[in-house]
Design a binder for this molecule. Structure first.
Ligand code: GLC
Ligand code: MG
Length: 424
């Protein structure tokens, strides 16, 4: 990836449904914990890869529903579509690999004679993926017969059963594992193999990820029987793979600690930031920490103490200003005063704040320019703005940074209607 100048310190390759995203956690707390950890401690030198069975359509839908970060690389449709960056630029080289011994027309012709196979929705039928539902008791037999038929017709396919109901037919060279192997090979040939890679999954289509050499793996606590059985049969004694005791993203955080891949204390788990270890002090950590305090203040999850306000004033440059998305300028200290009166306005309500795509550059001996997307989700929906902050590092202060200037731009046109309530 061009974003990093050297090899990634950690590359996380994670499935989404029931791995990164917990559909049984309406508050998305473990996902938000992961997000804060990633942006504060990993974004600047590591790579986040999402590897999902979903098509681009359903993937984009999930991103609207859940507070997900923007990955560096998105692998969709069970390892058949690889894209890069926020704008999702496709990897054409991968598509060429998949065209070998593949003809989706022959697949649909042959599958038509299996009454047990029910087509999934149109969005999930992709150039290199044909997907069905099949009842558990028929799965094994159908897979066996279908693969014999397709082989006879000259195709080399891979049939994957997942989630106790989904059956995907893909080219033999496709799949989540092959897509990861392709990426690793690419990084190696660029001289930038990741120092560590952690794969994360919960169901059948994730199994291949765990068979890639030299990767660490976590099967989240809620992993499905089909994946645990695969482990039993194929990787029983592999100590680089764990079955976490925590669900979904919390299991991923647990694995980062278990394999000693770096810090696994999310800023969301820190109650008292004044006791934070100085090794955590980075521009990214500073921004994530501030929005953590901001969220807790408005949710009334910290004490309503003048001390917090005084401490915030200490970290804001006395003549620093904030340019609101609306174009209005206010002094940072004025904004802090305004914040004081918002204590607890979101108490007992839906209100979460998270940071995405944080990047920072040192532009002087003690000056940092930080850019990020700031998201707020509340009863009124999700809203995002692009923010740029100028920070000055002051290692002699307890905090380590002074906020000098901030500029925000709406990314969703929400602002005009809500200028007054907008604080940071
Ligand atoms: C996702 C896809 C579906 C696929 C399943 C298992 O749910 O939407 O098409 O069959 O993953 O890979
Ligand atoms: Mg899953």
């Amino acid at each position: 990836m061009d974003r990093l100048s050297g090899p990634a310190r950690l590359m996380i390759v994670s499935d989404l449904d029931s791995t990164m995203v917990d559909h049984q956690d309406p508050e998305n707390l473990s996902l938000l914990r992961f997000n804060a950890l990633w942006e504060a401690n990993y974004r600047h030198d590591s790579l986040l890869v999402f590897s999902t069975g979903r098509s681009p359509t359903l993937y984009k839908q999930l991103r609207k529903e859940k507070p997900m970060l923007t990955p560096d690389i998105t692998i969709m449709s069970v390892g058949t579509e690889i894209t890069y960056g926020e704008s999702m630029v496709p990897d054409d080289g991968w598509e060429n690999v998949l065209n070998q011994k593949w003809d989706r027309k022959i697949v649909t012709e042959e599958t038509a004679s299996f009454p047990q196979l029910k087509f999934q929705s149109e969005t999930e039928q992709r150039p290199h993926k044909v997907s069905f539902y099949v009842e558990k008791e028929h799965a094994r037999q159908v897979m066996k017969d279908l693969s014999a038929r397709l082989e006879k017709r000259g195709l080399d396919v891979k049939i994957i059963y997942s989630g106790g109901m989904d059956l995907d037919v893909l080219p033999q060279g496709a799949g989540k594992g092959q897509a990861l192997a392709y990426l690793l090979k690419k990084f190696k040939s660029d001289g930038k193999p990741p120092t560590n890679t952690l794969v994360c999954g919960d169901s059948g289509n994730d199994a291949e990820l765990f068979s890639i050499p030299e990767v660490y793996g976590v099967m989240v606590s809620n992993a499905m029987e089909e994946l645990l059985q695969w482990r039993e049969e194929n990787a029983k004694n592999n100590s680089n793979i764990i079955h976490a005791t925590e669900r979904c993203a919390a299991g991923i955080i647990q694995a980062i600690g278990h394999f000693r891949l770096g810090t696994n204390t999310s800023p969301r788990d820190v109650i008292d930031f004044s006791r934070c270890k100085t090794e955590n002090l980075s521009a990214g950590y500073e921004v994530v920490k501030f929005y953590m305090l901001y969220e807790r203040w408005r949710r009334a999850e910290v004490a309503n103490s003048e001390l917090h306000i005084q401490n915030l004033k200490k970290i804001y440059y006395p003549t620093g200003i904030i340019v609101h998305p609306s174009g209005i300028e206010r002094s940072l200290h004025e904004c802090i005063n305004a914040l004081a009166s918002f204590y607890g306005d979101k108490q007992g309500k839906k209100f979460r704040v998270w940071v995405d795509r944080l990047s920072s550059a040192q532009i002087g001996s003690d000056t940092w320019l930080v850019k990020f997307n700031k998201w707020e989700s509340s009863d009124e929906g999700n809203h995002c703005c692009l923010a740029t902050v100028l920070l000055s590092s002051k290692p002699e202060t307890q905090n380590g940074f002074i906020w000098v200037h901030m500029h925000q731009t709406w990314l969703d046109g929400f602002g005009a209607r809500n200028q007054i309530a907008w604080l940071f």
